[in-house]
Design a protein around this ligand. Structure first.
Ligand code: EPU
Length: 337
C-alpha cells in the first residue's frame, strides 16, 4: 500500500483537470485492500474509488481519500469446448484485456477495443460500443463489500445490467469495490459487424469474411478517426447518455426532422445525443478551452487548461440548449465530482 498526501490528480483523469486529493492510496492486492479497511476509518462519505479516471469530471479539489487499485493479473480459470473463462484484476487496463482476447481468438469483447479505463470500472456502466456490451460476455464480478468488509461474488443475472447501467450504480452504489471480473469468451467466435459503418469499412478495406481480429482492427481505426485521443486532448468519451424517449415525443421530433436517427431498445426509442447536439447548432462549438469535438459532438474536450468547473458549466449550457430546442433532458454519462 502506498499513501500520498495533497496529490495532484492531473494524470489520473482523462480530462487532465488539475485538482488535488487530500489523500491518495494505491492498493496492490486484495489482501492490501482488506488491510486498508481494517486500518482506516473510511466510509462512503469520505472515500472515492478511482480507476483509470476516464469517466470522471473533477470540478473541485477532493477532500475524500482516493483509493486506486493497481493490481492487474489475468488468468484463464476454466475451459470447455466452446468457452474460456478469463478472470482479470480490476486494475488492469481494459484495452489490454481486449488485445489479449483478440490475440487468442477468443470472442466477445473485440468491438470494445480502445475504450479507455480499467477492467474494474467496466461493469459499473456496462460499457458498450459497436454492437457489443459487456453484459453479453460477463460471467461474474468479485467485489469487496464496504458495509460488512467481506469479499463477495455476483453472477451476471444479479448485476442488473441495462444500457450504461448496473446494480453498481443503484442498489450497491457507494458500497462496493470491484476487485475482479470474469468473462466468458467464445472459442469459435462469430464477428459482430452490424453496427453503423463497421461492415462498410471492412468492405472498403477489401475484407469480406472478417475474423474478430479484423473487426477489432477496423473499430480501432473508426474510433481513432472519430474520437479524440485522451492522451492528447482531454476528454472522457461520451459526456451524455443517449436519451430514451416515448413514442409520442419521438413522433413530434420526427414531424419536424424526418431524418432523425433512432434505435428501438428496451421498449423505448433511443435518439443519439450527438444528433441532438448537432441539430442544436453546437457541433464543434467552443468556448475558451472547452468545446464539443468537431467529429463527434457528444464528446466534450479540454483543449488546454480548462478547469473542471468550466467544463461542467459548458456541458450544462449544451444540456440547456438541447432542452430548449427538443424538450429532451440530456443526462451526463460522466461522473461529476
Ligand atoms: N451523429 C450525429 N452527428 C455526429 C455524430 C453522430 O448526428 O457528429 C449521430 C448519427 O446519427 C450516428 C449516431 O449519432 O449514427 C450515433 O453516433 P455514434 O455511432 O458515434 O455513437 P454514439 O451513440 O454517439 C455510442 C456510445 C459510445 C460508443 C459508440 C459506438 C453512448 C453514450 N456512447 O455513441 O461510447 O463508442 O456508441 O458504439 O452510448 C462512451 O460511452 O464514452 C462512448 C464513447
Amino acid at each position: 500500500m502506498k499513501l500520498f498526501e495533497n496529490f495532484s490528480l492531473k494524470d489520473f483523469n482523462s480530462f487532465h483537470v488539475d485538482v488535488k486529493a487530500e489523500k491518495f492510496v494505491v492498493i496492490e492486492s486484495t489482501e492490501e485492500l482488506k488491510e486498508f479497511f481494517d486500518e482506516f476509518d473510511v466510509n462512503k462519505n469520505n472515500l472515492l474509488l478511482l480507476g483509470g479516471g476516464s469517466n470522471i469530471l473533477f470540478t473541485k479539489d477532493v477532500d475524500s481519500t482516493i483509493l486506486h487499485l493497481a493490481f492487474q493479473n489475468l488468468s484463464e480459470v476454466q475451459e470447455d469446448n466452446n468457452f474460456v473463462l478469463i478472470e482479470a484484476d480490476a486494475g488492469m487496463n481494459w484495452d489490454e484485456l481486449v488485445k489479449y482476447s483478440v490475440e487468442k481468438n477468443l470472442g466477445g469483447i473485440e468491438n470494445l477495443a480502445l475504450i479507455p479505463g480499467t477492467v474494474g470500472a467496466a461493469p459499473i456502466q456496462n460499457i458498450g460500443a459497436y454492437g457489443q456490451e459487456l453484459k453479453d460476455t460477463l460471467f461474474q464480478v468479485k467485489y469487496f463489500d464496504m458495509s460488512d468488509k467481506k469479499f463477495k461474488v455476483l453472477d451476471n443475472a444479479h448485476c442488473k445490467f441495462g444500457y450504461r447501467d448496473s446494480i453498481f450504480k443503484n442498489d450497491l452504489q457507494y458500497k462496493f469495490i470491484i476487485t475482479k471480473v470474469t468473462l466468458r469468451l467464445k472459442k469459435n467466435p462469430e464477428p459482430t459487424v452490424n453496427y453503423g459503418n463497421v461492415e462498410n469499412e471492412l468492405k472498403k478495406s477489401g475484407i469480406t469474411d472478417p475474423t474478430i481480429a479484423d473487426v477489432s482492427c477496423i473499430i480501432r481505426k473508426i474510433r481513432t478517426e472519430k474520437l479524440p485521443d485522451p492522451a492528447k486532448i482531454g476528454n472522457a468519451g461520451s459526456f451524455f447518455k443517449n436519451p430514451f424517449v416515448d413514442d409520442v415525443t419521438f413522433q413530434k421530433i420526427k414531424n419536424d426532422f424526418p431524418d432523425v436517427p433512432s434505435f428501438r431498445q428496451e421498449g423505448k426509442v433511443k435518439i443519439p445525443a450527438a444528433w441532438l447536439i448537432e441539430k442544436s447548432g453546437l457541433k464543434g462549438f467552443r468556448k475558451g478551452d472547452v468545446g464539443t469535438y468537431p467529429n463527434q459532438p457528444l464528446v466534450i474536450v479540454n483543449y488546454g487548461n480548462a478547469t473542471g468547473k468550466e467544463i461542467y458549466n459548458f456541458a450544462m449550457s449544451i444540456k440547456q440548449t438541447v432542452l430548449e430546442k427538443f424538450n429532451i433532458e440530456l443526462e451526463p454519462e460522466v461522473n461529476v465530482i
